[in-house]
Design a protein around this ligand. Structure first.
Ligand code: MG
Length: 426
């Protein structure tokens, strides 16, 4: 089978340094992306070291998981030996194709996808905190997309002396397309537009560049690294081209083809990594081989969602807050003396309430409905309104004084209580 590959790494729009690395070795059919972490360029050292060691090991005939284990060992040793590199680590998602068989090795939250018959399927599982919570059913994909700890990965090269490596094996068919990418792509784009773009653009190099451009247009929050590998078919076999051409025309016929056929600007220089030898030894590896991994939900990236939300939500929110404040002020600006059950009281608000604002009792009197004259009762049934509280209190005091011979009043104001008590004691 023949293969064609293209790839690119781009610093994105928010970062000043590129700590991703990629490997494109058409001759040996070995490809990889690595996303390094660690301050002061240590992440760059981690991802480049991992790629170099992995590459050398695979060319020497090691299986992909052993090659990743060797890369882990080397990154870890460098971090131990050099204090300025202490704590560095890197993801790695790699594939080695022999004949028709693609063998993937994976640690971290970079991803491998397979585009087959126009359908994109995620091959790898992210080793990230939120993805693990999603797999355990403790978080929905939507919650994961906005989770504050979504960038925390649970497995990386270089952190421990040994690392568990996930492996996957897929028998490739002519027309298949493999995508390797760092989270700079998948944190900015959902699977659907990635699939659309991969279907629409037949040249692997151009497809990779257009994915990077799309991630940057969506915000470019992180370094974006993309490798696209096409199974073109047997020598002289046009089946693959025909398959993808059909998929591309399907995509063009679709309503969403506009975005996929947009212009692209040539991005930063392509970085190719060539391996150096290493005598690191392999350690633990965990084989796992889902032939046909199930497609996963991919929520819209949080950054893009927030921008879209903010665009219309902020003005709407301002209008709502102003309206609620005005209504609340209207509903609460007046006072009235009325009846709380049988008891006379000063209320704040509008008699009977206004929308969601019910009047609240501000001051109770011991004066009761039965103490009042029929006309006073009618007046207080409707609520005797005042524009401020002191007027309402004065009105209540007059009522209390008038009926003082038959009752004692008690209000929340201590001075009022004292004066009524002394008045009651001759
Ligand atoms: Mg990243």
């Amino acid at each position: 089978m023949r293969f064609r590959a293209g790839g690119i790494t781009d610093v994105g729009r928010m970062r000043s340094a590129n700590e991703d690395s990629l490997l494109l070795d058409d001759e040996h059919r070995v490809f990889a992306v690595a996303d390094g972490m660690g301050g002061h360029q240590a992440g760059d050292v981690a991802s480049q070291t991992a790629i170099e060691v992995f590459h050398a090991r695979v060319r020497d005939g090691d299986a992909v998981d052993r090659a990743v284990a060797a890369a882990n060992h080397e990154v870890h040793s460098k971090a131990e030996d050099d204090p300025s590199l202490s704590g560095m680590g890197t993801t790695v998602t790699a594939v080695h194709i022999e004949g028709r068989v693609a063998r993937f090795a994976h640690v971290g939250d970079s991803r491998a996808y397979l585009l087959r018959d126009g359908q994109l399927t995620q091959v790898t599982d992210d080793h990230s905190l939120v993805e693990e919570l999603v797999r355990e059913g403790r978080l929905s994909p939507d919650e994961a997309a906005t989770h504050p700890q979504r960038s925390i990965i649970t497995r990386a090269l270089g952190i421990e002396e040994s690392v568990d490596v996930d492996t996957y094996e897929i028998d490739l068919r002519p027309g298949d397309r493999v995508l390797l990418c760092s989270d700079g792509l998948t944190s900015m784009m959902r699977d659907e537009p990635i699939e659309e773009l991969l279907r629409a653009e037949s040249d692997p190099d151009v497809a990779a560049r257009r994915l990077v451009d799309a991630a940057n247009e969506a915000g470019g929050d992180d370094v974006v690294t993309v490798v696209v590998v096409d199974a073109v078919g047997e020598d002289g076999d046009d089946e693959a081209e025909a398959t993808r051409a059909a998929a591309a025309s399907d995509a063009a016929a679709g309503a969403d083809a506009g975005e996929a056929t947009g212009e692209w600007v040539p991005p930063d220089a392509l970085r190719e990594e060539h391996g150096a030898g290493s005598d690191a030894t392999a350690s633990a590896a965990t084989p796992a081989s889902p032939e046909s991994p199930a497609p996963r939900d991919s929520p819209e990236p949080p950054g893009r969602r927030w921008r879209r939300f903010a665009l219309w939500a902020v003005p709407v929110l301002v209008v709502v807050v102003v309206a609620v404040t005005a209504l609340g002020w209207y509903a609460r600006r007046t006072y009235f003396v009325g009846l709380d059950g049988e008891q006379v009281a000063v209320f704040q608000g509008v008699p009977g309430g206004f929308l969601a604002w019910d009047p609240t009792v501000e001051e109770r009197s011991e004066l009761e409905r039965d103490d009042l004259t029929p006309s006073e009762q009618r007046d207080l049934d409707d609520g005797h309104q005042f524009s401020d509280r002191s007027d309402a209190e004065a009105f209540l005091e007059r009522l209390e004084r008038k009926h003082a011979t038959t009752t004692t009043t008690s209000t929340t104001s201590s001075t009022a209580t004292t004066s009524t008590t002394s008045a009651a004691a001759p």
